[in-house]
Write a protein that binds this ligand. Structure first.
Ligand SMILES: [Zn+2]
Length: 516
C-alpha cells in the first residue's frame, strides 16, 4: 500500500524533479606540469621534454576520463595543457614561462570555472625561480579568481609550500612508492573535486599543514618495506573518516636546495578537530620512525657491488647505478660507473661474465654505429656531454650488436659489445624500467649474469626478475648519500643532516582558505 502511494507521488513529482536535474554541469578546467628536477645536476630541461598535451588530447593522459567514462560525463571539461617530463636538471626559465603563459591564455578563453584539476609532480626546479608550483598556482588564481575550487594531486616526492597549500582547496599525493597508485590518486583528486561541487559542500573548511623536518632519498622510503609500508598504510583509513576529505604524506625531494624541500603532512576536511588531530597523528608517526628508514636494497660502493655480483651464484644480479638515475633527476650521461666497469679485468674477454649496461647517451657514436652496421666494429666516445664532473666521455671499442629506432625518449638505441659487456647507447637519454626495453634490442635481462641500470629502486618488472640486487652508491646529480650534498638553503635543523636535533613542533597549522 505504502509503496504504491509512494510511486504515485513520485510519478507526479517526476516532471519537477527532471527540471531540477537540468542544472548545468560544473565547468572544470585541467592544467599541470610534472617534473622532478635536481639542482645538483648540471643538466637543463627544455620545453620539448614536457611532451605537452593540449586541449582534448589531455584526456589521453587519464584512462579514467575516457570519452564514455562516468567521470567524463559529470562535468563540462576545459583541458588546457598537461605536460610531463622525465626527471632531469632544472627547467629553463624560458621553457617554464612559455608553458605557464600558454596555460593561462587557454584558461582565459573559457572563464568562469567551478573547479580546476591541477596535476603536478611538485619537485620542479626552474632556473632563478623558487617554488615554481607555488608561482604557477598563484598565476592561475590571478586568471580564474579565488572562488574556483582547485584540486591538486602530486607525487609523494613533491614539495608542498605554504602558498601551494593555501591556493589548493583539495590536495593529495600518491600513497605508494614505486607509484603503482598514480592513476588512482589522480582519479581521487578529480572525484573529490566533483563530489564537493555536486554536493554543494564547496571547499573543505579546514586544511591542516605540518612541516616535518625530515629529508630522505626516495630509495629509503619505499612503501614496499618498513617503516614506509606501515606509515603509508595509515593514510587511506585516515582519509576515510567522516569529516575528512583527504589525507597525505609527502616525503619531499632531496635533490633541490630550497626552503620548501622537506616532508609535509596535510589533511583536509570539514571537522576541525579531526582534521588537525589526524594530521598530527600522521606527522608524529612519521617522526617516530625516522631512524628506521634504510635503503630498499643492500648498498655498497660500486667496487663492492661488482665484486659480489661477479662472485655470486645468483643471476641475473642487478646493480642500481643510483647516483645518475635519470628518473630521479640525474643527467643520465655520467660515465663514472661505466668507466669503472670497463676497467675491470673480469669483463675484458668476450666470454667473461655477461653484463648488460643501461644506458649511456652517445649521439655521435650512434651515427658511427649506423655507418658501421650490425656485426661490425665501431669505436668512439659516449656520455659526459652534460655531467662530466666525475669522469670524462668513455671510449667504447667493440661490435655493434643491434640498432633500433623509434623509441619516444631514446629516439635511436644501439648495443655495443665491449669485452663481455653489452653497452646500450642512445641518441637521447632514456630510463630502462621494463623487460621489453632490453628484449627489443635483442638483449635478455633474465639470462645475463649482471644487469647494471641507471635507476634507484628497481621498477616492478626488473624487481620481479632479479635473482639478487645491490644499490651502488655512485656519484651524480642524485647522489643517494645526501649527506655529501652541498645544501645551503634548506631549513635547518633537518633530519638526518642534523643528527642531534631536538623533537620539532609537530602541531598542525591551519592554512587559510583560498578565498579568505
Ligand atoms: Zn616520485
Amino acid at each position: 500500500m505504502k509503496s504504491s502511494h509512494l510511486s504515485l507521488i513520485l510519478l507526479l513529482l517526476l516532471p519537477s524533479l527532471a527540471l531540477a536535474q537540468t542544472k548545468p554541469l560544473p565547468r572544470i578546467a585541467i592544467a599541470g606540469l610534472a617534473i622532478e628536477s635536481s639542482t645538483f645536476s648540471p643538466a637543463l630541461t627544455d620545453e620539448a621534454a614536457f611532451h605537452a598535451k593540449y586541449a582534448t588530447d589531455v584526456f589521453s593522459a587519464y584512462p579514467f576520463m575516457a570519452a564514455d567514462s562516468p567521470l567524463r560525463k559529470k562535468a563540462s571539461w576545459f583541458p588546457t595543457i598537461v605536460g610531463k617530463s622525465l626527471p632531469g636538471g632544472a627547467v629553463t626559465r624560458a621553457a617554464y614561462e612559455s608553458l605557464v603563459n600558454k596555460t593561462l591564455d587557454s584558461l582565459k578563453k573559457h572563464l568562469p570555472y567551478d573547479g580546476l584539476y591541477f596535476d603536478i609532480h611538485g619537485a620542479m626546479s626552474v632556473v632563478g625561480l623558487d617554488d615554481p608550483e607555488g608561482d604557477f598556482i598563484v598565476r592561475i588564481r590571478k586568471v580564474i579568481g579565488n572562488q574556483t575550487m582547485i584540486s591538486t594531486s602530486m607525487d609523494l616526492h613533491g614539495n608542498v609550500s605554504w602558498r601551494l597549500a593555501q591556493n589548493s582547496d583539495l590536495i593529495t599525493c600518491y600513497r605508494m612508492a614505486p607509484h603503482e597508485d598514480a592513476m588512482q590518486t589522480k582519479q581521487r583528486a578529480v572525484q573529490n573535486l566533483i563530489n564537493r561541487i555536486e554536493s554543494g559542500k564547496g571547499k573543505p573548511a579546514y586544511k591542516a599543514y605540518i612541516s616535518v623536518p625530515i629529508l630522505l632519498p626516495g630509495e629509503k622510503t619505499s612503501t614496499r618495506i618498513e617503516p614506509g609500508k606501515s606509515l603509508y598504510k595509515q593514510v587511506a583509513p585516515a582519509a576515510l573518516q567522516s569529516g575528512i576529505t583527504d589525507a597525505a604524506i609527502w616525503i619531499g625531494y632531496a635533490w633541490a636546495d630550497e626552503p620548501r624541500n622537506h616532508a609535509v603532512v596535510m589533511v583536509t576536511g570539514d571537522d576541525k578537530q579531526k582534521v588537525t588531530r589526524t594530521a598530527e597523528q600522521l606527522a608524529r608517526s612519521f617522526w617516530n620512525v625516522r631512524n628506521q628508514f634504510e635503503f630498499v636494497a643492500p648498498t655498497g660502493t660500486l667496487t663492492e657491488c661488482l665484486d659480489k655480483a661477479i662472485a655470486s651464484p645468483k643471476h641475473p644480479f642487478y646493480i642500481s647505478d643510483s647516483g645518475d638515475n635519470p628518473t630521479a633527476g640525474g643527467a643520465g650521461d655520467a660515465t663514472w660507473t661505466l668507466t669503472q666497469i670497463l676497467a675491470r679485468p673480469e669483463f675484458k674477454a668476450a666470454n667473461g661474465p655477461s653484463l648488460l649496461y643501461a644506458s649511456i647517451p652517445a649521439p655521435e657514436l650512434i651515427k658511427s654505429a649506423i655507418a658501421a652496421g650490425v656485426g661490425n666494429h665501431v669505436e668512439g666516445f659516449a656520455g659526459a656531454a652534460v655531467d662530466n664532473r666525475f669522469a670524462p666521455p668513455v671510449k667504447l671499442s667493440g661490435t655493434v650488436e643491434s640498432i633500433v629506432s623509434g623509441d619516444k625518449d631514446a629516439e635511436v638505441e644501439a648495443v655495443i659489445k665491449v669485452g663481455s659487456v653489452h653497452v646500450i647507447i642512445t641518441q637521447k637519454r632514456k630510463p630502462y624500467h621494463k623487460e621489453i626495453d632490453f628484449t627489443r634490442l635483442g638483449l635478455n635481462p633474465r639470462t645475463a649474469d649482471i644487469v647494471v641500470v641507471k635507476i634507484g629502486y628497481l621498477e616492478p618488472e626488473l624487481y620481479a626478475m632479479r635473482a639478487d640486487w645491490l644499490l651502488a652508491i655512485t656519484p651524480g646529480g642524485v647522489d643517494q648519500n645526501i649527506e655529501r650534498l652541498p645544501y645551503k638553503r634548506i631549513q635547518r635543523p633537518m633530519f638526518p643532516l642534523d643528527k642531534d636535533m631536538k623533537d620539532p613542533d609537530l602541531r598542525a597549522k591551519l592554512v587559510p582558505l583560498s578565498d579568505k
